[in-house]
Design a protein around this ligand. Sequence first.
Ligand SMILES: [Zn+2]
Ligand SMILES: [Zn+2]
Length: 351
Amino acid sequence: MVLKEICEIKVEGRNQQREGVPIKTEPLELVDLPVPKPGPKDIVIKISVCGVCRTELDQIEGRILPPRLPIILGHQPVGIVANLGTKVTRFKIGDKVGATWIYSSCGQCRFCQKQEENLCEQFQGTGCHANGGYAEYMVISEDYAHRIPDILTDFNYVAPLMCSGVIGYRSLKLTGLEDGKTLGLYGFGSANQLVIQMANFMFPNSKKFVISRNPAERQLAKNLGAEWVGDIDEKTPEKLDCAIDTTPAWKPTIFALENLEKGGRLVINLIRKEETDKEFLLKLDYPKHLWLEKEVKTVANVTRRDAEEFLTLAAQLQIRPQIQVFELEESNQALIELKGSKSPGSKILKI
Ligand SMILES: [Zn+2]
Ligand SMILES: [Zn+2]
């Protein structure tokens, strides 16, 4: 499935046409392409499943401008190694493999040398700078591909982990949470659904508070062990030592800062916030929201180490995200449903 032009996805009752941005129902087009050939250090993945992510909406609607068009979107492919370059040493044909948002980095700069390749100036995103996983095959350097642990046998449940799991793991690490301290989760989409399961395992004595405008997500949060659930503007029963905000709006960020404990940290796990309620930021009140050493930090991309650590954790935890399955040909429908937030759970494309 190929994206050929930037457009805005039409969702019943939600879109108003903005000047110059055509509203489309079906932004992605099915095309026939040759199977890609590997360079010396590349592997070719025969993709079985690819997860669908909100970042694809950002790309389609132009909040993240794809450096080139047309492009095959998708950064959560999982499958089998189908072909190898001549210098590949880490993989053999038939290995179980997946890729994440990081497609490549320079390997030389000071960030790359400290294993912070997520901050590399030449960071390339899978399905953004290079063709990604909404396809039967994709090519990637063996250095940026990840072996899927044998115990994770069902790819349907692995694909959604490759973005929201890995970046959720990174966001949880960046909160600096310690066992026994409180954690607030704003928004309960695929990332935070996984974060709460990781946090239950890594920080069993920490209370987890889940804040979502969606009653179905609040119910799911309770089932997954949340101490308390509430709506966006509600006061949490205890102050939050740290919080993760995955919502596309600004209002939850302000309320999260209000609920934050002195010296607490809010981690925003999102590539772009939408513009629709930006005026809410005018309610930002220095004494109430920032004073007393409250911190705001964002999560940018992922590192290979995050992916490796997370996959090891996932193998121990046997996390089973809630999934909703679509065929590759139904990519547009999956994206429309994601945009409309109609149902909880991670959307995946079976290829
Ligand atoms: Zn993603
Ligand atoms: Zn670099």
